[in-house]
Design a protein around this ligand. Structure first.
Ligand code: PXL
Length: 245
């Protein structure tokens, strides 16, 4: 039996491995937790384009969840691309009281929808209510609030008020020298800032997935919010610096 804490990544397979399940498993390994996966969809993509998406059957998806949860004591679940409402509904019974990090992946950087736009808000509502933390970027926040984001702090507060779950609003797609991610937890705001690095399209692909999976790994290692966010930020920054060398 595995001795390290176990993290389960629930999401899509990314053929170029920068995002999705492949990225999450690499992060888990780097942070010394055991990674497992349950795959919602296969994507055929490179950092610039998604060529094709094939959903996993619910039978296969549930069997993966069953295989992992019946054998391992999962310490944290991280979700990424969930594909549609049916996959979310299949996941919910497996969550129980396991800490859950929800990265509400809706749109790829290539602007392809990775989730059914019509049902996304309703489908995510229950899942977010079960989460320890959810981590929308500005585009996803704007989708959930049904309005443009003018002020990140105000938006983080509105997202917390709407879903009553701690939220980390990632400012990663904003043009500036400094990145600000805003945490709203129990109505209290905290900003995490770091230098913006100039990254190639390929290096930038999947940074959101990696931040959320690093947070999940630190939760599995026994740390609590908001420290997990600080540790995950620090790790991601040094990983991006290494990749940029
Ligand atoms: O970065 C979000 C993301 C997550 N999961 C999969 C993806 C993407 C973005 O392209 O393809 C499978």
């Amino acid at each position: 039996m595995e001795q390290r804490p176990v993290c389960l990544s629930v999401g899509g397979s990314d053929s170029c491995a920068g995002a999705g399940i492949q990225a999450d498993l690499r992060v888990f390994e780097a942070l010394d937790v055991q990674g497992c996966s349950a795959i919602t969809a296969l994507t055929a993509q490179n950092p610039e384009n998604i060529l094709h998406i094939q959903a996993s059957s619910i039978t296969q998806f549930e069997a993966e969840l069953q295989a992992i949860s019946s054998y391992y004591n999962v310490a944290c679940i991280k979700t990424g691309m969930l594909y549609d409402q049916t996959h979310i509904e299949a996941l919910i019974p497996f969550i129980g009281d396991i800490p859950l990090i929800v990265d509400p992946v809706l749109i790829a950087s290539s602007n392809t929808f990775l989730f059914d736009k019509e049902t996304a808000k309703d489908a995510y509502e229950k899942l977010i209510s079960l989460a320890t933390l959810w981590t929308p970027n500005l585009q996803e926040a704007s989708f959930f609030l049904r309005s443009d984001i003018v002020d990140a702090q105000e938006a983080a507060r509105l997202l917390f008020d709407a879903f009553h779950t701690p939220v980390l609003l990632k400012g990663g797609h904003k043009e500036a020298n400094t990145l600000h991610d805003v945490l709203c937890m129990d109505g209290i705001l905290q900003t995490f800032s770091c230098q913006k690095q100039s990254l190639s399209i390929s290096a930038a692909h999947g940074t959101g997935c990696r931040l959320a999976s690093a947070i999940a790994a630190h939760i599995a290692l026994g740390n609590a919010l908001p420290l997990t966010i600080k540790l995950a930020h620090r790790w991601l920054q040094s990983d991006l610096q290494q990749a940029n060398k």
